[in-house]
Design a protein around this ligand. Sequence first.
Ligand SMILES: Cc1cc2nc3c(=O)[nH]c(=O)nc-3n(C[C@H](O)[C@H](O)[C@H](O)COP(=O)(O)OP(=O)(O)OC[C@H]3O[C@@H](n4cnc5c(N)ncnc54)[C@H](O)[C@@H]3O)c2cc1C
Length: 390
Amino acid sequence: MTLTGRRIVVVGGGIGGLAAALALSLRGAEVKVLEQAETIRAVGAGIQISPNGGRVIQALGLGGALASRSCPARAVVLRDYRAGQEVLRLDLTTLPADQEYHFVHRADLVDLLAERARAAGVQIRLLQKVAAAEPGTPPRLALCNGDHCGDAALVIGADGLHSVVRRALSGGAAPVFTGQVAWRAIVPNDVDHPPEATVHMGPGRHLVSYPLGDGAAVNIVAAEERSAWTPEGWAHEDDPANLANAFSGFGGFVPDLLKRVDRVGLWGLFRHPVAPQWHGDGIALLGDAAHPTLPFLAQGANMALEDAWTLAACLDADPSQPSALARYQHLRKHRCRRIVAAATGNAWKYHLANPLIRGAAHLGLGLAGRVAPQRMLRQFDWLYGHDVTA
Ligand SMILES: Cc1cc2nc3c(=O)[nH]c(=O)nc-3n(C[C@H](O)[C@H](O)[C@H](O)COP(=O)(O)OP(=O)(O)OC[C@H]3O[C@@H](n4cnc5c(N)ncnc54)[C@H](O)[C@@H]3O)c2cc1C
């Protein structure tokens, strides 16, 4: 095993960092995770794990554990905002048997990964905020508490949107506010929400809902176009009345969901460029640190899982670390760029404001879904059918 005994430090204990730590440890590396938070339980709410990310979870030996803590998804359904009338149904039960789609609470997934990583020998160190990284042989890290770390052959930056490791490689290009914000909330499932991701599409806004875990709760992500700037990050709570007002024209089960919201987070959506360079001397990036994305295709965590597996496999296959890292970037960059672009494109498709254009678009989608339902689903083969573990 090429990786046996290789010391690797992962900065960031989110979904990407923990998955990489576990994948590397299972291949023999000595892995330490440095996480700034005081506990490993992630903030945020629900998350959709599509088949491409799910395959990594299975390859890490966590398929059964994920299934027991998540809700299997049966469909993605697009609805018109007014009365919730169905526009298009993508029937996920017709996906090939090895393509599972799950709705899970982010904290449950992070717990699973952390538990299994610790059992595989990964050291997870909390309250370790990294201030700066410096490429080299060995690469060096400076921590905010004054400590230094310089005993690893590789530092992996899995430190999310505002990555300090990314800054060490390519500087920090300023993110641009997209003019959109997202609210996120979890409410009790008193509306008998089916096991489907439902997207209510209205002018300048849309609302996604799906059940979590055993179906007792519903996750809500609601996006609105607006000119006023809002900061990025889940620490920003908002008044549930603002969410209810923004979606007051929505029908279907949306009003019933929104009147149950008692706590809601608000996140300003920013466009960050995909990092030009994902590796340097003794350094690699993955997940949001490398390719932040808008949430409109539910792929940020799925891409981070794919990165984690690919990075570990490349390092294991090639004793030369520099060429393994170059191969990792080569395998990942084009795909991630494509996914980020597709997610950006979804916002305007959901938010059509002109009623004539919206009506025609919904009619066309509905017709295509009825005439060729399999073709509509197969459009996503490139995304969900991709198997980095093959
Ligand atoms: C509204 C919304 C809905 C979404 N829904 C989905 C979905 O359904 N499916 C999906 O796949 N994706 C979804 N995403 C995207 C997904 O949440 C992210 O892409 C994913 O969490 C990225 O994982 P990561 O491990 O790269 O980064 P993160 O989850 O951000 O983890 C980074 C970790 O690094 C730590 N850290 C940061 N800086 C430092 C430092 N200096 N020192 C030490 N530690 C540090 C942080 O505390 C954190 O634990 C959604 C995003 C949003 C905004």
